[in-house]
Design a protein around this ligand. Sequence first.
Ligand code: OAD
Ligand code: ZN
Length: 250
Amino acid sequence: MKLKSYWHMYKLKKALKNKSLLPVVILTGAGISAESGLATFRGQGGLWNGTPIAEVCRPEALAENSQKVLSFYNHRRLDLIQDSVIPNVAHEALASLESILDEVYIITQNVDNLHEEAGSRKIFHIHGQLLKNRCGNCKDITYSEQEIPFPNYCIKCQSNNSLRPDVVFFKEQPYFMPECASLITNAKVFIAIGTSGLVYPAAGFVKQAKQNGAICIEVNPNVSETSKLFDFTFREKATKILPYLVKLIT
Ligand code: OAD
Ligand code: ZN
């Protein structure tokens, strides 16, 4: 941990003293899984540098070029199921936080399953989950680690080429918005980890949490779009800070 982070940890400890800290609401983004070997979206080596968002992450793209969209997410799925991709100590620290304290909730923009693998249970996947297929016709959702082929076929409603990953595209409504609104309103501590703060609605959560009186903490080695709104910022990788942060809160 950097010297500056020790200082911030000390100040945070004072700020949390004698305060009720629950519920703790955690927002995670691609950065928390970077140290598990999954690429982030933006920045060096980011997924959106290699493939323009518009080509694979909007409903029109799926309609116009299903094969390309499916192929992109099939590759992501293959990346995720590699044996080497496992939860890191940041995921594990959050799972241990949940096991010690009652009201700990994770809102994640990540479509990987590393929070679950680490043992967290109260997770809201607002952008869906990569290891699930959804039928665009009957809305049936099934777990799958296989590639979605093209052409494909839904065994439930018998429609052709209606399968897609259960991942939210731009312009589509994210999942769990009412639940998130209530969590953010009630949060006493709000921690954002590894997110660039560029994609709404998640990017707006810190403002709302702050307006409702939460102590807001950011963990990100780089300045994010919303960094200025946080009360405490740790400019470090998630694995460096989370074990200390969890110890401080529990
Ligand atoms: P981004 O790729 O936009 O941002 C990742 C953030 O993680 C950056 O701010 C990095 O500085 C930070 N970061 C990198 N390594 C880190 C580490 N070891 N520890 C902590 N932070 C680290 O990812 P998101 O903010 O999650 O949506 O992106 C938001 C949404 O944009 C995604 O859910 C996805 C994407 O388009 C959809 O596909 C709908
Ligand atoms: Zn169907």
